[in-house]
Ligand binder design. Structure first.
Ligand SMILES: N[C@@H](CCC[C@H](N)C(=O)O)C(=O)O
Length: 318
């Protein structure tokens, strides 16, 4: 069969996006796309929903399915709002239906969307994470990993392990890579793997680099940046409210509000279309592939936008 795909990104976290019907071969399709395009982080599937404006499924680059994707949700939000003529709406995801909203374009005309990130849980059972019979792990070292780094485990609802680190752990990512690879292989702590982010305070916010489950190091991970903003507020690195979150792919705003014992989180950033494609998908893998590709003009604007963030990101991204 033949179908259309958009190539899209939120903070250079790059996906193919397919508006389709439920199928049982998204894993194979994603693996094929990943083999053709080393830049892609995975596939976003936009589906009809009985309870919301649309449903989003997220397939990681390695074919595994994630319960949420913050950067991807902004792109899906844009697609659904433009398709249905909406300013805001609700998108069903694996574990929650989430509010999405078109925001004012950035000064250069970049489409911006805000998405709800929910539910939030610090219960290790919700990641899942198993360590010493503990029920939560908040802002303290994991002694077998490092005595220097304070870690927090949080599900939003996909699983994240967030470490607060000095700048040298960003310029040399060996430590992060070693432990993220370990926690995403067979191990006794994270039976389903985990997204591992290292966070460093910068003058007007935080810088976050993420090793994603099912992907590896990525330019940005939306749920990780939002979880990192939350952890930074808890640690006193940033005040509650809007936190500027820099990442290797640009910058987003994460809003963190404390409501009694719970938190309300929102992620705002670009939703950029890179290109459109016609794709031929056949059971015979060798016959599948792109039929045509059409670049779009939006990326030049985005590149101007990230020039403004480079003074912060360049000190961490070599
Ligand atoms: N990049 C995403 C998260 C994608 C899912 C993650 N790899 C997982 O397996 O949980 C984001 O923007 O949140």
């Amino acid at each position: 069969m033949e179908f259309s795909l958009y190539k899209v990104h939120g903070s250079m976290n790059t996906f193919y996006m397919l508006d389709g019907a439920e199928r049982n071969d998204y894993e194979e399709l994603t693996l094929k796309l990943a083999s053709l395009d080393p830049q892609t982080d995975g596939l976003l599937v936009v589906l009809p929903s009985e309870t919301a404006n649309a449903k989003m499924r997220v397939i990681n680059r390695d074919g595994s399915e994630a319960s949420m994707c913050g950067n991807g949700l902004r792109c899906v939000a844009r697609y659904v709002c433009e398709r249905d003529g909406l300013e805001e709406g609700v998108i069903e995801t694996m574990k929650a239906s989430l509010h999405v909203k078109k925001e004012q374009t950035e000064q250069d005309g970049i489409a911006m969307y805000a998405v709800e990130i929910s539910p939030v849980s610090f219960q290790l059972a919700d990641l899942p994470m198993a360590y010493n019979g503990e029920s939560e792990w908040l802002l303290k070292p994991l002694p077998f990993v490092s005595e220097e780094i304070s870690y927090t485990a949080v599900a939003v609802p996909n699983p994240h392990l967030i470490g607060i680190v000095p700048a040298e752990y960003q310029t040399d990512p060996t430590h992060q890579q070693k432990w993220a690879e370990y926690f995403n292989g067979p191990n006794e702590y994270f039976s389903d793997g985990v997204n591992v982010s290292y966070v460093t305070k910068v003058e007007d916010g935080i810088f976050v680099k993420t090793f994603e489950r099912g992907v590896g190091f990525t330019n940005a991970c939306g749920t990780a940046m939002t979880a990192s903003a939350l952890v930074s507020c808890l640690a006193g690195l940033a005040p509650y409210g809007d936190v500027n979150v820099y990442n290797p792919g640009g910058m987003v705003k994460c809003s963190v509000a404390k409501e009694g014992d719970s938190f309300s989180l929102r992620l705002t950033g670009n939703a950029t279309y890179l290109s459109t494609h016609r794709f031929e998908w056949q059971e015979d893998d060798a016959k599948s592939g792109f039929l045509s590709s059409e670049p779009l003009q939006e990326q030049a604007l985005y590149e101007k936008f990230i020039e403004r963030t480079s003074s912060v990101t360049e000190q961490f991204v070599k």
